[in-house]
Write a protein that binds this ligand. Structure first.
Ligand code: CP
Length: 315
């Protein structure tokens, strides 16, 4: 594998999930694969799980890591070609990406959607500029439109915990006080469309994801109706896509509660974290034995390890 920008870069999602589960059983099996190589990680946005799980995954493979918070430690980057750099941006991506490529053998980039411009976000300017000007493999550590490391960890978790032949999985929109990007929802839908399951997207009207992501997936506008018989409930907030970046609903009627979980087939609860308690889901859901949120976070290590291993094996 030469890069990891979306789940489509994996040769096979099901084989990747199986291989990651094997890595989890024997995490030091490839402890010398990354010897004398390093992974650079550039964060334009905050992180707990992605940063630490990717660092741990790298260490399990013998890789060294170099980490930089670009938002407050690096020179502000210019991405426009041909611009006269008389403003606040001190360094052009052309030099920055070329320089990073000399120091690192591969680079992970975290750069969220701005939610100011749908066009700019969909063009993935930060990620694509690094791909254009770097000469090393690029790994998506959550971009404007995708979070494939999270989706791979979620696929691992579902495979480990599923008890039925073909699970019903509900991806449900949930409330949040801030406008959040679509990356997690997008990648979750892409992932679920590549595993053996029945996916239902539950959301209030106006919160439809990008039509290219929705495809022919089922959307249900009643959360209670969607939850009936569910085996997995994945809660996530995202802002409006059609009225880009806007919050359309502010009440708590879509919060996941223990009462709502009773409508399901004793479903396991999932969320990528961080989660706002008693906003997205109530304490009694998050603290129940059916919650998988900590196990999902644990699987971020093996998701990242699988991706780094595939890139290292490519040479
Ligand atoms: N789920 C996830 O990506 O967590 P962080 O934002 O903490 O990395």
């Amino acid at each position: 594998m030469q890069q990891f920008l979306t789940l489509d870069d994996l040769p096979s999602l099901s084989e990747a999930v199986n291989e990651a589960i094997e890595l989890k059983k024997n995490p030091f099996a490839f402890k010398s694969l990354g010897n004398q190589k390093n992974l650079g990680m550039l964060f334009f946005n905050p992180s707990l799980r992605t940063r630490l799980s990717s660092q741990k995954a790298a260490q399990l493979l013998g890789l060294k890591t170099m980490i930089m918070n670009f938002s407050n430690e690096a020179w502000a980057l210019e991405f426009e070609d041909g611009t006269q750099m008389s403003g606040l941006r001190s360094e052009h991506i052309k030099e920055a990406a070329a320089v990073v490529s000399q120091y690192c053998d591969m680079v992970g980039i975290r750069a969220f959607a701005s939610l100011n411009s749908k066009e700019n976000d969909e063009n993935e300017i930060v990620l694509k500029s690094f791909i254009k000007y770097a000469s090393i493999p690029v790994i998506n550590m959550e971009s404007a439109t995708a979070h494939p490391l999270q989706a791979l960890a979620d696929a691992i978790t579902i495979k480990e915990k599923n008890k039925v032949k073909r699970p019903k999985i509900v991806l449900t929109w949930a409330p949040h006080p801030k406008a959040l990007p679509h990356a997690v929802g997008n990648s979750f839908v892409r992932m679920a469309n590549n595993i053996d399951c029945d996916l239902v997207i539950a959301q209030p009207k106006g919160y439809e994801l990008n039509p290219l992501i929705i495809g022919d997936n089922t959307i249900v506008y009643s959360q209670e109706e969607a939850l009936e018989g569910a085996d997995f409930v994945y809660a996530k907030n995202w802002c409006s896509y059609s009225d880009y970046g806007k919050i359309l609903k502010t009440d708590d009627t879509w919060m996941i509660t223990a009462k709502k979980m009773k409508l399901t087939n004793n479903a396991r609860f999932m969320h990528c974290l961080p989660i706002r308690r008693n906003i997205v889901a109530s304490d009694d859901v998050l603290d129940s034995n059916n919650s998988l949120i900590i196990e999902q976070a644990n699987n971020r290590t093996y998701s990242a390890q699988l991706v780094l291993k595939k890139i290292l094996e490519n040479g």
